[in-house]
Design a protein around this ligand. Structure first.
Ligand code: OOG
Ligand code: MG
Length: 256
């Protein structure tokens, strides 16, 4: 069996250089989800060594639309760094990605730690603010095709995110309409209710899953709840905008 470090080096280099690779499970069919989270942790160590800092986590495959699009039906998580954050209204350079896609999400900002089994009420009590967001995902695997261990090892396709305006934590987010627009044309329509029935359930899952890895969600952490709709591919020149009922919009323009 290939060492987990070798596989971590491989996914990290693919992300760092924006080059597609074959699925790890092509070569290591027995790769477990546990191995995959260990590979993710090792690959993130390389990013931290390059100067990036962990600033939160992202949850993935928390809606049916997302599970169906990628053919994996388990909730997953990955780590977010300051290097992945893009400013609202800024540009994204297509050259830095393999095959980027955008998806509308809800972001939580924490004011208190969260770890292990917590209730939805306990999770909400730890929230400082809520924002609309776009996540940029970019699988490092050829053709955006992967199995569950592959995507987990690849930091759950994390590659960028853009946050809109922060709102008070008691802002209702259980069923807000969402429109994802590419150059002003609606490409996805959905609701925050698609995220596990309520985005707070994703925060509850984050507390549990991150604790299983021996870590905790900390004050100041940003947690992305997962795409409410299928993701849409980004191309050069495109203006991508997500419009959220009551929460405003978040946008990004793609350059070469
Ligand atoms: C995996 C990451 C999923 C989400 O919000 O569901 C994700 C992928 O689709 O490549 O970020
Ligand atoms: Mg996502």
């Amino acid at each position: 069996m290939m060492s987990l470090q070798t596989l971590a080096d491989r996914v990290d280099t693919a992300a760092h250089t924006a080059n597609a690779i074959a699925q790890l499970t092509d070569e290591v069919p027995g790769l477990t989800v546990e191995d995959a989270y260990a590979i993710q942790a090792l690959s993130m160590k390389r990013r931290y060594a390059r100067g990036e800092a962990r600033i939160g986590v992202k949850m993935g495959l928390t809606s049916r639309a997302k599970m169906i699009q990628v053919g994996v039906d388990e909730v997953i998580w990955g780590r977010l760094t300051d290097g992945m954050r893009l400013e609202e209204g800024a540009t994204l350079s297509r050259a830095n990605y393999v095959h980027p896609r955008a998806e509308p999400e809800i972001a939580f900002l924490l004011k208190a730690p969260l770890a292990g089994e917590v209730t939805a009420a306990e999770a909400m009590a730890a929230v400082e603010a809520i924002a609309p967001a776009i996540e940029i995902i970019d699988s490092r695997y050829q053709d955006f095709k992967f199995t569950l261990p592959d995507v987990v090892a690849d930091n759950s396709s994390s590659s960028g995110f853009i946050l809109g305006t922060w709102f008070a934590p008691d802002t209702p987010i259980d069923n807000l309409g969402i429109l994802l627009e590419a150059d002003g044309r609606a490409v996805q329509v959905g609701s925050t209710a698609a995220i596990l029935g309520h985005p707070v359930r994703s925060l509850v899952a984050a507390a549990r899953m991150v604790a299983r890895a021996g870590e905790a969600l900390k004050p100041g952490d940003i947690i992305l709840a997962g795409g409410a709709t299928a993701a849409h591919p980004l191309s050069v020149g495109m203006h991508m905008r997500a419009v959220f009922q009551n929460l405003g919009s978040v946008g990004i323009t793609v350059t070469e």
